[in-house]
Write a protein that binds this ligand. Structure first.
Ligand SMILES: Nc1ncnc2c1ncn2[C@@H]1O[C@H](COP(=O)(O)OP(=O)(O)O)[C@@H](O)[C@H]1O
Ligand SMILES: [Mg+2]
Length: 162
């Protein structure tokens, strides 16, 4: 599914709508360049997951992993500062991703699948996931390609945007 947003606020609203659809155990992988809106979308997802609006969601670029208490616990992971699969492996992501009690949102998911080094694979496979690829079309326009992978018969909600 493809959705366009035309402002920061529209991406927040889109995230909120999608966040309401997420369930414990879900893994959201965000792909897209710096400034494409991964953190903005995450803020919306967190709202949709019941995080109070006054709680501040920002990129965990330095802390790498932030945890929020929404109606469902949320892990917000940012791989920006990690360059190799070996570094990523030190995070112990499996325990977070596969415990089934939280929603996990991963910025810079590209780093999990390094195209330049086909010999370096993660020691675990992220089988069920929602992939969201964000493309920058202009300063305010974003194209979001949203694809559930191996989520059985769960279908995406219909978005009020177009
Ligand atoms: N349609 C849009 N969707 C999301 N962000 C937008 C949009 N238009 C402009 N922006 C701006 O782009 C920037 C996105 O930043 P951020 O969410 O931190 O991106 P990332 O986490 O991908 O680096 C913000 O400054 C935001 O206000
Ligand atoms: Mg970010």
């Amino acid at each position: 599914m493809q959705v366009s947003t035309h402002s920061h606020g529209e991406s927040l609203a889109l995230g909120e709508h999608l966040g309401q659809w997420l369930k414990a155990g879900d893994i959201v992988l965000l792909f897209g360049d710096l400034g494409s809106g991964k953190t903005t979308l995450t803020q919306g997802l967190c709202r949709g997951l019941g995080l109070p609006q006054n709680e501040y969601v920002r990129s965990p670029s330095f802390t790498l992993i932030n945890e929020y208490q929404g109606a469902i616990p949320i892990y917000h992971i940012d791989l920006y500062r990690l360059d190799t699969i070996q570094e990523i492996e030190t995070l112990g992501l499996e325990e977070i991703l596969f415990a089934g009690k939280s929603v996990s949102i991963v910025e810079w998911a590209e780093k999990l699948f390094p195209p330049t080094n086909p010999d370096a694979f993660l020691s675990f496979e992220i089988d069920k996931r929602v992939e969201i690829r964000i493309e920058i079309n202009s300063e305010t326009d974003r194209l979001l390609k949203i694809a559930p992978v191996n989520l059985g018969d769960r279908t995406l909600p219909t978005f009020p945007l177009h």
